[in-house]
Design a binder for this molecule. Structure first.
Ligand code: HEC
Length: 74
């Protein structure tokens, strides 16, 4: 799965690892389009995935990131 391969090193599989200054994705509140922008273009300590992943893959990984939030809200 894309998230576990590319993102979990910093964010952790549950999104709240916070390695290398990574934002906690469980408590993150930015809207979906902003999350896509961060993932595509990078921001501060996070690299850009726009050249590594297709638009479709970025959309899929973003949907996964949003499910990490829902779990914590339950
Ligand atoms: C090298 C470590 C690292 C990896 C790998 C990484 N990130 Fe990040 N991520 C960060 C850091 C650091 C930030 C905070 C950037 C800042 O302070 O502006 C961040 C921020 C984010 C944010 C913004 C959250 C918010 O509320 O502002 C999202 C969404 C995100 N990452 C998703 C992902 C996804 C999806 C992947 C995999 C495709 C990924 N990250 C891979 C380090 C990483």
């Amino acid at each position: 799965m894309l998230f576990n391969t590319h993102c979990a090193t910093c964010h952790g599989r549950t999104g709240d690892l916070g390695m290398n200054g990574a934002k906690d994705l469980v408590t993150s509140t930015i809207p979906r389009d902003e999350a896509i922008a961060v993932i595509t273009s990078g921001r501060a300590g996070m690299m850009a995935y726009g050249t590594m992943l297709s638009k479709k893959e970025i959309a899929a990984v973003t949907d996964h990131v949003l499910t990490l939030r829902t779990k914590s809200a339950r």
